[in-house]
Every structure is written in C-alpha cells, then in structure tokens.
Design a protein around this ligand. Structure first.
Ligand SMILES: [Zn+2]
Length: 424
C-alpha cells in the first residue's frame, strides 16, 4: 500500500520499499566474492512499480475477486471502499472520481487511488488488460489526464516480462527461460538500486516489455518460480544484465558499442551457431540514396542541432570492433564528411520500410550501387544479428538450452565470469 497525498511522496515510499533489501545485499557481500551459493536468504521479495498508462482520461477497473479502494481525499484523509463490481474512474476537474456500476458515484475529487485485492487472490483488469498486484492512479497536473501504475512483487512482474522477451517456448528450452528470468530480475534490481526514475520502471524497450497477466504461460512461470530470488553477481555486485535478440555469431564488448567503461563480464564471446536458427541471424536492408540522406540528415538535426550539407558521394566503414561490428562509419558528401559511431549507427539509419524501427545490428557490410555516371543510386546493408550485442544473446541461449546446457552454464557464458546467487 502506498498512501500519500501526492505522487512524489508515493514514489519515494515505493523506492524505499525496493531499496531496503538491496542495501542489505550490498552490506552482506561488499566487494568480496562469496565462497558458495548457499548464502542466507535475506528479507522478502522487493516491490516493483511499472507505469502502464501515462495520460488516460477514463479507465474501467474490474477484478476477479473482491477488492479494496483506498482513496486519498481532502486534507490527506484516506477513505476505504470495498467492491466486487466493475468501476469507472474519471479524471475530472477536482481529481479522480469513481463510479460503481451498482452504487453510483462513490468517490469524488481524490488525489490518489490505490486499488488492491482483499487477499491477493484476484487478477485486476484495467480497460480489459489483466494485471497481478495493485493499481495506483494519480491525476496528472495538466491536461485532465491520469497516470496508472501497476505495483507488484518482483516475481509476479517477471512473469509478465519473460513471455514478451522470449516468446512462446517449448519444454526443451526451459533452461533459456530460466537464464532470461535471472537476467531480467538482475536487470530490474540493478536499475531500481541505481534509482532509475524514482523506482518506477517504464513499460518500454528501454526497460523491459511488460505485458501483465495476459501473456503468461505455464513454462515461463515455472522458469520464474524455479529461480525465485536468484540474481547474477560479479565481484560481489549485481551486474548490469543486458540482453538482446540475436548476436549473429559474436557478442560485443560494452565499450565498443556504447562507449561505456569496460566491464569484465560484458566482453565479446564467440557464440558459434547457437543463434543461427533465429530469423534475424542474417538480414538485408536496401536504401534508395535519397532516403538514406534523409535519415542521416534528420539524425544530425536531432542530435547535433544541424543537418548534413550536400549530396552523398560515398559511405565507408572505417573501423570495426573485435567482434566485427562497425565502430566508425563515414559519410562523404560533396560539401563535407560526417561520422557515425558504434550502436548509434542503428538509430541514425533505421529501417528503410519503417522509420520507427532501427537497423537490426552494426554487424554489416555495405554494397553500393552506382549509375553509369558514378552517382550512388542505393546502399544495401547486408548484416547479421539483431540488437546491441551486449550481454546475453537470447536466441543463442535458446539454442544452448536445446543442446542441453543449464541456466548456470548459459549465464556464465554470456556474462563472462559472473555467477548466480539467491538473495531472497
Ligand atoms: Zn548469438
């Protein structure tokens, strides 16, 4: 429960709930490498908060069990209501109003609503999408809209994440689902520990895609349950457990893709053909030169403040990282030359068919087509893999599980030298 008259206070309370067990993790382990995996379990499962709607005007809420609405009304007073029927929540001039189908208007002008099941038995429905845990609603200051946050235990959260990240998997792929569960748990805990966005995770690719209860399935839930509380550590600290779809043969050093400090566990590894089954293992994308110029121009406008000058005369790969990914791409126009570096190349060029998508990877060759006068007509990117290449190759993990590798083997391969321990 997060009672509080305003959003900021509520967020702070949420982050305290999350941070307490984590601070204990650090004080227990410090910088020392634990001698074994039988570390004493510590405190309970942390709570996670995910923003599921940003600017709703009206929502419908129902629950498969009876539930409690706690409303923060005038002077910070909290009123409680019990219900079993569907309710409608509307952002009106004074705050949040709640209409019960049977009882009519039951709450007016609330500054915060927390809706929870009476005995954690039910599944909530918000505009027809299902969620475990509690739903918090806050009015936005401007625009007569409201923010909806799903607050739930880490393990329930992961059950809503793994199916989106790994798709529907078969029983012989369970160890890959377990590796994904441990990596996702570590990623979320590490991010919350760093204080990202006041303890609220975004439901986007920037954090992890969370689909709530609707996409859950038994095998993925088994992967979460059988690794409950397990995280990935390196040298006594939680790692930044990055993962991505398909490496195309080799993963990447973190410093080569993002220019971040090197990390001993985020180094390029040879993945053989474990991810060769993935549909993104190899790909091609051809750009008519006008479109490519448009993409690079708008990238420079957005990131440097000024677009590119002149027409493109040539485009060259200048350097590659040890894994073969393009580190430096130079674009020559008749007036100047422009550099694109590391993973940002994907965000600049994007996909020819769909601007909202980015180029699958930087592991590519380029093929330039010219007309009879030597002018560039098109540029084809012929590449391998999908994603930034740092950390765990998800399709490689699935390939390894099919070959009989365990969750622990998979994790310590992709996060070189890291190990799994149970922290709650
Ligand atoms: Zn791979």
């Amino acid at each position: 429960m997060v009672p509080g008259p305003n959003e900021r206070r509520s967020f702070r309370l949420i982050s305290i709930i999350v941070l307490l067990p984590l601070l204990w993790i650090h004080s227990l382990f410090g910088a020392n490498h634990p001698q074994s995996n039988d570390v004493q379990p510590i405190t309970g499962e942390p709570k996670v908060s995910i923003k599921i709607m940003d600017a709703a005007r009206e929502i419908k809420y129902a629950n498969s069990a009876s539930y409690v609405i706690q409303a923060t009304v005038q002077n910070g007073k909290i009123e409680e209501f019990f219900s079993i029927s569907e309710i409608k929540i509307i952002r009106d001039r004074d705050g949040l109003s709640v209409y019960d189908r049977d009882a009519g208007i039951i709450i007016e002008g609330a500054a915060h609503l927390c809706i929870s099941e009476e005995e954690s038995a039910g599944i909530a429905s918000v505009n027809g999408d299902s969620y475990r845990g509690n739903i918090h609603i806050f009015p936005n200051k401007a625009g007569k809209t409201m923010k909806v946050i799903n607050q739930l235990g880490m393990e329930s959260y992961l059950k809503g994440v793994i199916p989106s990240e790994m798709g529907k998997r078969q029983p012989d792929e369970l160890e890959a689902l377990k590796a994904q569960a441990v990596a996702a748990r570590t990623y979320a805990l590490e991010k919350l520990l760093r204080g990202g966005k006041s303890g609220v995770l975004e439901n986007t690719i920037l954090d992890m895609v969370y689909a709530g209860y609707d996409k859950e399935y038994e095998l993925a839930n088994e992967a979460v349950d059988s690794t409950a509380g397990e995280v990935i550590m390196f040298d006594g600290n939680l790692i930044r457990a990055y993962f991505f779809s398909t490496c195309g043969g080799k993963t990447e050093n973190i410093q080569d893709a993002w220019g971040e400090d090197p990390a001993d566990y985020c180094v390029s590894i040879n993945d053989g053909d474990y991810c060769a089954w993935s549909k993104s293992y190899s790909w091609e994308d051809e750009f008519e030169i006008g479109l490519l110029r448009e993409r690079i121009d708008s990238y420079f406008k957005d990131n440097v403040g000024i677009g590119i000058k002149g027409e493109i005369q040539d485009i060259k790969i200048i350097t590659r990282s040890g894994s073969g990914r393009v580190n430096l791409l130079k674009v020559y126009t008749d007036e100047d030359q422009y550099e694109l570096k590391g993973d940002k190349i994907r965000w600049a060029i994007r996909s020819s068919a769909n601007e909202s998508r980015i180029l699958p990877s930087t592991l590519f060759e380029i093929k330039i087509e010219k007309d009879d006068f030597g002018n560039i007509e098109s540029v084809k990117f012929v590449g391998k893999g999908n994603g930034h290449g740092i950390g765990m190759c998800q399709c490689g993990a699935i390939g390894r599980a099919r070959q009989g590798q365990s969750c622990r083997e998979i994790v310590s391969t992709y996060y070189d030298g890291a190990y799994i321990i149970r922290v709650y």
